[in-house]
Write a protein that binds this ligand. Sequence first.
Ligand code: SF4
Length: 351
Amino acid sequence: MIARTDAAVQTIPAQQLGVPSWQQQLRDAITDPQQLLHRLALPATLLAGSDAAHASFPLRVPVAYLERMRRGDPHDPLLLQVLPQARESDILPGYSSDPLGEAAANPVEGVIHKYHGRLLLIVSGGCAVNCRYCFRRHFPYADNQLGGAAWQRVLDYLRDDASLSEVILSGGDPLATPDPRLAAMLDDLQGIPHLRRLRIHTRLPVVIPDRVTPALVRMLADNRLRSVLVTHINHPNELDAPVAAALARLATAGTRLLNQSVLLRGVNDDVDTLRRLSETLFEHGVLPYYLHLLDPVSGAAHFDRGEQASRALVGQLATQLPGYLVPQLVREQAGALAKVPLAPLIPGAHR
Ligand code: SF4
């Protein structure tokens, strides 16, 4: 009974509760690094040398996400994910603007087709938050717009390849797309008979939970394609009550929820944080799915934890959690036909 009452309240649009709409929250996102630090009671000296990083990949942080950061803590794990830093300008061997070789897998504008049976659509070039570790921080979004004729070319590509059973909406953040446009796209996709699943990779329900509108929940539930939503949550502090409520709205309507994280030095690279992340995700109906090694994108090297240390960390994690709560450690490799799993180094196991 209580749950049903809660669910009913959760379907009231944010505006009716006096909360700005998700689009307004997008527009109100903080884009000035000094303002961000001021609101967190942190000194502007933290920005020393970071102008070039901010100019090439501007800061963007929704207020709802900022409110989960600890005031006065320069090491806050959410702040570290979004704050431009001087060391992003370091030029290091092995790091590039296209670490996953996506330019070579871009057969049609807006399509990345690397793996058998599924492909990815760059539905939006915009994000609600700019994550400093993002492997698409240099992606040519301007050359991959999916309006009008380009969308028709994408549909032709999908119709012509009957081996495809799954479409993945990506970006940018695909949920930055307004609901009516998204609904029209989903309508077109469900009309392609060989497609069976729809997957959405998004960080929007995490940084602006009001993005999970009743219309979005309905369009995923009512679609012929089975929907899977993959949240990108890296730290348990990202999961507050409004995020949990947004995830519950999706799960209640039948959308399966998975999470993928990136292992980030200084943010989530310790066993306790990863354990709490898995347990908190599960409490909110989300299964931890992948833990990615950092993709070697220029500007993000300071987040790298290294392969051996990552395998050891996940090995320790496995000693503390049931198997279904241990995300699979993977590396994405340009040219590989699937993600490459990395075996955890289990303490005490023979090698
Ligand atoms: S694509 Fe995802 S990881 Fe990259 S900046 Fe946008 S939200 Fe962050």
